[in-house]
Design a protein around this ligand. Structure first.
Ligand code: ACO
Length: 322
């Protein structure tokens, strides 16, 4: 079986940091509430950096680590719902920035689930023999999508990008995927497709910002994420005990703890970095993969599950070997 193997990872977060005390200067909140309810302490916020720029920086680092020439990349998939332009798509901007002159590329939008869906699509392209080398990026400027006067959402998000480069491997380890959507529950989490870096929104335009029924999203996540992980484990015949790490979308520490509990799995196998970056939507999973990789936490043959969930509502997962 031909499957994709990760041969490089990269990430980029803007240098500008806002901690919870900074948020408390903007809205009626405090460090204790935010840490207790979410696990978040800080977030990195783009000043001049665009989504495409951050995507390109993460991609450059992944390609550099892989040692693969950019010309060998066949396909670039960028998962984003906050690109500064609708077109050219961020994937074409990334192609230009890294010199991947032989690649095709496009963006995909499934909010926080986007990277995992992109990863699954890349595996499908590789298994079908359509591509040999695929770059998958998750990149977001959430700071442009949030209402900085709404304490129930603005404290949750941050900006950044992560990337992985997948290379076809003959007789590669099997890859198991699953994905679902529930359009009926779409109103639980909405954001309009406008990029408002320089806009002064009137009160009635606030509909354009992210709106979320936090409790509904929380309940959805703690039910559906364990379900999709169990679905993948059942398909693969692999047991939860054999999984080295469950790398979940970093939205809220309590969601991740609840998933670990439902799966009766020790929380130590659920790495987290949301304390530092908050929820960077499609970028959380690849940023965490890159951090772990650069810390030397991965070894050949380890079994990993990645899982994402978010607006749509959408949720997806993948089991693969490092
Ligand atoms: N600071 C202080 N108080 C606050 C804040 C804040 N930042 N935000 C809300 N509160 C208040 C509320 O007004 C409420 O006050 P009240 O009791 O007087 O009415 C109280 O705190 C409790 O509010 P809840 O909304 O019930 O708080 P909850 O424990 O549910 O936590 C949270 C809210 C953190 C948003 C939680 O519901 C959550 O994490 N949900 C999931 C969100 C998520 O993961 N979204 C991302 C999905 S990914 C994507 O696609 C973008």
């Amino acid at each position: 079986m031909i499957t994709g193997k990760i041969c490089g990872t990269g990430s980029y977060v803007p240098p500008h940091v806002m901690d919870n005390d900074d948020m408390a200067k903007l809205v009626d909140t405090n460090d204790e509430w935010i840490r207790e309810r979410t696990g978040i302490a800080r977030r990195h916020v783009a000043k001049e950096e665009t989504t495409s720029y951050m995507a390109g920086q993460a991609a450059l680092r992944a390609v550099e680590q892989s040692g693969i020439a950019p010309e060998e990349i066949d396909m670039i998939l960028v998962a984003t719902s906050s690109s500064e332009t609708i077109y050219p798509c961020a994937a074409c901007e990334v192609q230009r920035m890294i010199g991947a002159v032989n690649a095709a590329g496009y963006d995909l939008n499934a909010a926080c689930t986007g990277f995992v869906l992109g990863f699954n699509a890349a595996q499908a392209y590789i298994s079908a023999g359509m591509c040999r080398t695929v770059l998958v990026v998750g990149a977001e400027s959430m700071s442009h999508m949030i209402d900085w006067t709404d304490r129930s959402t603005c404290i949750l998000f941050g900006d950044g990008a992560g990337a992985v480069l997948l290379r076809a491997e003959e007789d590669g380890a099997p890859v198991w995927t699953a994905a679902h959507s529930d359009g009926k529950k779409g109103p639980a989490l909405t954001g309009l497709s406008r990029h408002r870096r320089d806009w002064n929104l009137e009160e009635e335009d606030k509909e354009a910002y992210i709106h979320m029924d936090g409790q509904a999203v929380f309940k959805f996540a703690v039910r559906k994420v364990p379900e999709i992980i169990e679905e993948i484990l059942e398909k693969s015949g692999v047991s939860a005990d054999e999984i080295d790490y469950f790398i979940l979308h970093q939205a809220n520490r309590r969601i991740i703890e609840a998933v670990a509990k439902r799966l009766k799995t020790d929380i130590s196998r659920f790495p987290m970095n949301l304390e530092e970056y908050a929820n960077t939507s499609a970028a959380t999973v690849p940023i965490l993969l890159d951090e772990m990789n650069r810390k030397g936490m991965f070894h050949e043959g380890q079994k990993l599950i990645v899982a994402g969930f978010g607006a749509g509502l959408t949720w997806a997962g993948c089991l693969f070997e490092w």
